[in-house]
Design a protein around this ligand. Structure first.
Ligand SMILES: Cc1ncc(COP(=O)(O)O)c(C=O)c1O
Length: 389
């Protein structure tokens, strides 16, 4: 059996919506984008939502809206996909990395408070924002983060690219800080192919997002009048039509993913040295993005990945820490040992195949292959074998 790493969940409704766009003549800046934005805003309870070409583009625009610019500093986490730190670099500011807490793997509020105090004392007003990353489908611990932001007068930009639909003490990811960015790459909980969305309750920020994504035009500008330096970060109508249907199905999509996670949870319970992921104390709704287990140090992850691959099961180390990426090491002289909790997580995390349309026997197969590769016996009898015997 060959198992895919991920797969989008696309139905006839999405295909029909995209086809309808193709039967018309408006392929960009049209009614589907507005519909998609209204649906996302309503789903997460944000006043404004602006569609953009990717989650990365959304984070970039958030940096600009927060007034982050050259030589400024932004507190963020090195345990993330590289895009969160890159967005800070795009505006010629500098990420100040803060280590994570070991369970939820999100930015550690205590370390954040300490670093904010030191950086703020040394660099004063150059410290502009906090960029927490909601990893693997749940938020960072936002209350202390908001408190630290308030104390130092900082904007809070949520990287919610992996967490659409998650809630923190009942509050939806992306709507807790000043703005939040979602991403819709095909491995995400919902997809538009490529695409993203920025949500905010600040009217002025939303107006800026709309102008910046559209070459700096203001709503009242003519087509070739540009009030500011902007970008082409528009989301086309085909992607928006796909997204509008996926947004309508979001609860269903998240439930299907939660069911797959529950199958994994049950089957991996007995595998020694394989720690299963789960919700943090503050998570009131998990939005399962990936299924990432943590391996005890005695398990050789690289060997395991090879053994799984030989059995048709892809698995990925997730995340290699940002501060150890060649670009960041070279630019800032960062080294192994700088962020030990992040490095320990980066060295032990393993993402298993995960998608909402995954079948129970596929989960059985992955868990069987994992047990075999580890030289262990799974506790639950695989459904596939049950069915045959
Ligand atoms: C944490 C995080 N931030 C940002 C992004 C960037 O999103 P996109 O790939 O849509 O640019 C991703 C997407 O993979 C992500 O996982």
């Amino acid at each position: 059996m060959r198992i895919p790493m991920c797969e989008p969940d696309i139905t006839a409704a999405e295909r029909e919506a995209v086809d309808e766009v193709l039967r018309g003549t408006t392929l960009s800046i049209g009614p589907r984008l507005e519909l998609f934005e209204r649906r996302i805003a309503a789903y997460v309870g944000a006043r404004h939502a602006a569609g953009v070409s990717s989650g990365t583009a959304g984070l970039h625009l958030c940096m600009l809206a927060a007034g982050v610019g050259e030589y400024d500093l932004v507190l963020t986490t090195p345990f993330s996909f590289v895009a969160s730190a890159n967005a800070i670099m795009y505006v010629r500011a500098r990420p100040v990395f803060v280590d994570i807490e070991p369970n939820a793997l999100t930015i550690d509020p205590q370390r954040l408070a300490d670093t904010a105090r030191v950086v703020s004392r040394r660099h004063g007003r150059r410290l502009k924002a906090i960029l927490p990353v909601h990893v693997f489908g749940q938020t960072a611990d936002m209350d202390p983060i908001l408190e630290i932001a308030e104390r130092h007068g900082l904007a809070v930009i949520e990287d919610a690219c992996e967490a659409i639909g998650a809630t923190y003490k009942g509050r939806p990811a992306g709507t807790i800080g000043d703005a939040g960015a979602f991403a819709f790459y095909p491995n995400k909980q919902m997809t538009t192919g490529e695409g993203g969305m920025v949500v905010t309750n600040h009217h002025g920020w939303d107006a800026l997002f709309r102008s910046l994504r559209n070459q700096g035009r203001d709503v009242f500008d003519g087509w070739l009048a540009h009030s500011r330096l902007g970008y082409n970060y528009r989301l086309d109508e085909l992607s928006a039509a796909l997204g509008a249907v996926q947004a309508q199905r979001l609860d269903e999509l998240l439930e299907k993913r939660a069911r797959v996670a529950a199958w994994y949870e049950e089957r991996l319970a007995s595998l020694e040295g394989v720690e299963r992921p789960g919700p943090a104390a503050w998570t009131t709704r998990m939005s399962w993005f990936v299924y990432v287990v943590r391996l005890a140090p005695r398990h050789d992850r690289d060997r395991l990945i090879r053994e799984l691959e030989a059995r048709g099961v892809p698995a990925r180390p997730y995340f290699p820490p940002i501060h150890l990426q060649p670009f960041y090491r070279g630019r800032f002289g960062l080294r192994p040992g700088d962020f030990p909790v992040t490095e320990a997580a980066g060295a032990s995390c393993l993402a298993l195949p995960f998608f909402g349309t995954m079948r129970e026997e596929q989960v059985d197969y992955v868990c069987g292959a994992l047990a075999e590769a580890l030289g262990l016996e799974p506790r639950t009898e695989p459904a596939a074998r049950r069915a045959v015997g």
